[in-house]
Design a protein around this ligand. Structure first.
Ligand code: PSU
Ligand code: MN
Length: 305
């Protein structure tokens, strides 16, 4: 395992010293945003983590190596190549590693690699979930299964309303994954701050969230935790407008027979196109907000350890 896992020297030192670290994913770079917004965002996110007292560790696969912490050249390489880099989730890992290929890691794959490196806080935009057409497609993101078993807390802006939010929450409940709202009772819906579905617990402070995380793993209640952080009000898009756009994008996706792992990237870019880029700006802002919160939680976690 160790020869496949390559941890950046700065992060190795941080791990040794027990300093707070925040993992970041790379599917969002290659498949979630266009160039150059993807590289600008990835770099800015790392800076936000640093400014909030933690060390950023962007995770990706390069030449079959599980990389924890990327150089700026590696980040640029991923950003420029975008969709040419494979979107890698749990099932793809053995192939990508044995073939010495590159991979952009989803929430699931990033959780796996973060846990290997002993990093337990991770910030992203949104997690995958149960798709709206579940009865036909049986499409449930591997992110949910990973949350069921891997000890990483994922700070996100909830689940996009391209997905079935109530069913996603049911699935998480069945698999014992706590969903904590940060200063909200309502599950955020990515571009909008509320979905109408409830979170399990509304927690007001980072230190209290850190205590829940610590208790969960100390007691060997294995598995992940979702920390749902609503998009800041000033960047949120009107629910009516965004849902209309999402419905149109879903119709187009059906017509074009897009399925499987292509669905999320297709929908994200369609929605950006149809909102004249407004959804992309919101997406970037919510990722920034999640990076800051994750860093603060990571700092609190090291303080109570
Ligand atoms: N949500 C976003 N942007 C993204 C993703 C989710 O707003 O880029 C990515 C994440 O990497 C997530 C993946 O893990 O999509 C889920 O893909 P799927 O539904 O195919 O499992
Ligand atoms: Mn899927």
């Amino acid at each position: 395992m160790s020869e496949n896992l390559v941890i950046n020297p700065d992060i190795q030192i941080a791990l040794k010293d027990g300093r707070p670290i925040v993992a970041l994913e790379s599917t969002i770079i290659c498949h979630g945003m266009p160039y150059p917004q993807n590289i600008e965002t990835a770099k800015a996110v790392e800076k936000i983590v640093t400014d909030n007292g933690a060390i950023p560790a962007t995770i990706a696969i390069i030449n079959g190596h599980l990389k924890v912490g990327l150089t700026s050249d590696e980040m640029e390489y991923l950003a420029i190549n975008g969709e040419k880099i494979k979107k890698v989730s749990r099932r793809d890992l053995p192939f990508i590693l044995s073939q010495k290929k590159d991979g952009a890691t989803t929430v699931a794959a990033t959780m796996i690699i973060a846990a290997m490196a002993k990093i337990n806080i991770f910030a992203t935009g949104g997690i995958g979930g149960v798709h709206r057409d579940i009865n036909d497609s049986l499409d449930i993101s591997a992110d949910l299964q990973e949350l069921a078993k891997t000890n990483v807390a994922v700070v996100c802006s909830g689940v996009k309303s391209i997905l079935d939010i109530p069913r996603t929450l049911e699935y998480l409940e069945t698999h014992g994954v706590p969903v904590i709202g940060y200063r909200t009772n309502n599950m955020p819906a990515f571009y909008t701050s509320a979905s109408g579905s409830s979170v399990d617990y509304n927690i007001e402070s980072c230190s209290e969230i850190a205590k829940v995380i610590k208790m969960k793993w100390e007691m060997n209640f294995d598995g992940g935790i979702v920390i749902a952080n609503p998009i800041p009000e000033k960047y949120s898009l009107p629910a009516k407008e965004i849902n209309r756009v999402i419905d149109l994008a879903l119709i187009e996706m059906k017509e074009k027979k897009i399925i499987g792992k292509k669905t999320t990237p297709f929908l994200l870019s369609k929605i950006a196109e149809k909102t004249g880029g407004k959804s992309l700006s919101s997406n970037i802002q919510l990722v920034f907000n999640n990076a800051a919160l994750a860093a603060k939680i990571a700092v609190n976690l090291t303080q109570i350890k």
